[in-house]
Design a protein around this ligand. Structure first.
Ligand code: ITT
Ligand code: MG
Length: 201
């Protein structure tokens, strides 16, 4: 099925993560969408029962589109560390626990890596745009980098303080939002979404 175009009007950002909502809002700003977050609408946070980023992104987008009667954009993302077999991956939020303790989650990555020589990792982001009738289009973006220790920087969110993109000298938490948007997994997925669903024609 070919992607469905978004022609304007209200769009639900189907995420309860303020860091993501802010970044998706930045990325959407040039496209004139009338954005409202799932939290603002009081939509429930669905249980993420999928086994993949795409399954969870589609589940979150469809739940919000059905509940709101509006098109909804969801993001499922995470950090995949090579020497940990891709962990925490889809469990990235769950490693931080109910208190969203990313200091502890980053320390766990550091501890599990131990003296491993391979510090490589990648952030993955799947963006899914779902419609109230169930139609859904999904796009996956990635960015490669490495895990650094100790955590550095106070911008961004989540695991940003321990992720340094390949070729860079600073972590995602040390660089400006615009610099993160130039290279991030979310921006990569977003460029594909825009090309398929937001561009004129
Ligand atoms: O499901 P929603 O409501 O969107 O919010 P969430 O925080 O639970 O989001 P996920 O289920 O997709 O889990 C993604 C995890 O990966 C982390 N993560 C994703 N993108 C990131 C980024 O750009 N920088 C740092 N951490 C990121 C984020 O902090 C979450 O813990
Ligand atoms: Mg989640």
């Amino acid at each position: 099925m070919s992607p469905r175009r978004f022609g304007g009007g209200k769009l639900v950002i189907a995420s309860h993560n303020q860091g993501k909502v802010r970044e998706i809002g930045d990325l959407l700003a040039p496209f004139g969408a009338d954005v409202v977050s799932a939290a603002t609408l009081g939509l429930p946070e669905p249980e993420e029962t999928g086994a993949t980023f795409i399954a969870n992104a589609e589940l979150k987008a469809r739940a919000a589109a059905t509940a709101s009667g509006l098109p909804a954009l969801a993001d499922d993302s995470g950090l995949a560390v090579t020497a940990l077999g891709g962990a925490p991956g889809i469990f990235s939020a769950r490693w931080a626990g109910p208190d969203k303790d990313f200091v502890a989650a980053m320390a766990r990555i550091h501890a599990e890596l131990g003296a491993a020589l391979d510090r490589s990792a990648r952030f993955v982001c799947v963006l899914s745009l779902a419609w109230p009738d169930g139609h859904c289009d999904s796009f996956e973006g990635t960015v490669a980098g490495e895990i650094v220790w100790p955590p550095q920087g106070d911008q961004g969110f989540g695991y940003d303080p321990i992720f340094r993109p390949t070729g860079g000298s600073q972590t995602f938490a040390e660089i400006e939002p615009a610099a993160k948007h130039a290279i991030s997994h979310r921006a990569d997925a977003f460029r594909q979404l825009v090309a398929a669903c937001f561009s004129p024609g």
